[in-house]
Design a binder for this molecule. Structure first.
Ligand code: TZP
Ligand code: MG
Length: 227
């Protein structure tokens, strides 16, 4: 399976939702036009994770939104998710070949990378997309990469590249201008009062930036444009 649009990828951790449930957050984000939703819950037992994943999977399927389970290919399989997201630690537990075997070869596998070296390695692995970050300071991690290597990351990526970490409506334009096409967000969306509106704002700006880039590409390629 391939994802048609990686533009806006929401990672849901219920504890970052200002008291709202993961399904409530998902439905509000779906109404706002999110492309992908990931369940990322670190403090629930397996039975709860499976139940929640099934609920989120259903909500996403009903609305044509891609659903990804973090950490656990087994739960992705049980909830009929579209795919699984593995961190560098998860890859020690589940090889990519084993993950493909578990979830099915048509499903999506995404990986987290935190350096250009990890990104380069993921380029050659059998994965469908690569997440790269944290770009900005975030409460989730105790370090961040900054935007210095962003251009190089964009240049070397051979798969859809999704930037993550501390991205919000205040720093979004800076990274879109640098050429970023796809972003993943937790708190910049789940901590907003109006999740649907915030998702819409993220999405509108991403679409506008992509359109601007297409128009520029077109202008630069026109005969007589000097290129
Ligand atoms: N991986 C790198 S940064 C991050 C993950 C899971 C957390 C992103 O959360 P936020 O709230 O968007 O900074
Ligand atoms: Mg993980």
């Amino acid at each position: 399976m391939s994802i048609k649009d990686y533009s806006l990828y929401l990672v849901i951790s219920e504890e970052c939702g200002l008291g709202r449930s993961a399904v409530e957050i998902a439905n509000l984000a779906i109404a706002g036009g999110v492309d992908i939703i990931q369940m990322r819950e670190k403090n629930k037992d397996r039975a709860k994770l499976v139940k929640l994943a099934c609920g989120l999977s259903r909500a996403c399927k009903d609305n044509g939104v891609t659903f990804i389970v973090n950490d656990d290919p087994g739960i992705a399989k049980e909830s009929d998710a579209d795919g699984v997201h593995l961190g560098q630690g998860d890859l020690k537990k589940y090889s990519i070949a084993r993950t493909r075997e578990l979830i099915g070869k048509d499903k999506i596998i995404g990986v987290s990378t935190h350096s250009l070296a990890e990104l380069s390695k993921a380029n050659n692995d059998d994965v469908d997309y690569i997440a790269y970050g944290p770009v900005f300071p975030t409460e989730t991690k105790d370090y961040f990469l900054g935007t210095g290597d962003m251009q190089e990351a964009l240049n070397i990526a051979k798969k859809p590249l999704i930037f993550i970490g501390g991205i919000n409506l205040s720093n979004l334009d800076e990274i879109l201008k640098a050429g970023v096409r796809n972003i993943a967000v937790i708190r910049g969306i789940t901590e907003s009062d109006d999740i649907s509106l915030t998702v819409r704002s993220f999405k509108d700006r991403i679409i506008k930036s992509k359109k601007g880039r297409q128009e520029n590409d077109y202008k630069n390629k026109r005969p007589g444009s000097g290129n």
